[in-house]
Design a binder for this molecule. Sequence first.
Ligand code: SIN
Ligand code: FE2
Length: 216
Amino acid sequence: MTADLFADAAPEPRTEPIVDGAVVLRAFALADDASLLTAINAVITQAPLRRMQTPGGLPMSVAITNCGSLGWVSDERGYRYAAHDPVSGQHWPAMPAVFLQLAQRAATATGFVDFVPDACLINRYEVGARMSLHQDKNEGDFSQPIVSVSLGLPAVFQFGGLVRGDRTLRVPLAHGDVVVWGGDARLRFHGVLPLKTGSHAVLGAQRINLTFRKAG
Ligand code: SIN
Ligand code: FE2
């Protein structure tokens, strides 16, 4: 009999290519999950999650906030980065050290050795929330990658091409997975399918995504 002695053990980190320039680092953030969640709670106490309006005037299904010297915002004027939280008028909270270190380790592991993110977007998906296909293109320097950390309920990440209509790959993402895309993949369309019902042991019925960028 070949019983799997390690069936309940935490998954081991491993690297999975998606396309040229894009990889999933499975379980890369798992060891830091408790400190990440403490830091997320501190950020959202200062800059609460909110559903921003799209330029078309509809509320996004995902609730967002930011930390770092720049934050991504959306309203009827469009998408952009801003140094201040439009709700409070204050600077966004500083990027917690545990965020910065994780993002830099993930970038380095995929060959981006000088990544210094100045913006971290925090996305909170409740059941049914989704993010439609888009490109991350409001940043000043496309030589820097995007580092994206998944926590909580699993989700299906869509990874497409440089044109919206291109075929998309579906990449399942679990708690602790980190996706890094840059180089030739930096401007590929991506999105998240509607979050399925479930309950995560730590985060309950939600998924939190941290997206690190060099925005300025
Ligand atoms: C994003 O593209 O900003 C979010 C991606 C994700 O939630 O995994
Ligand atoms: Fe994105």
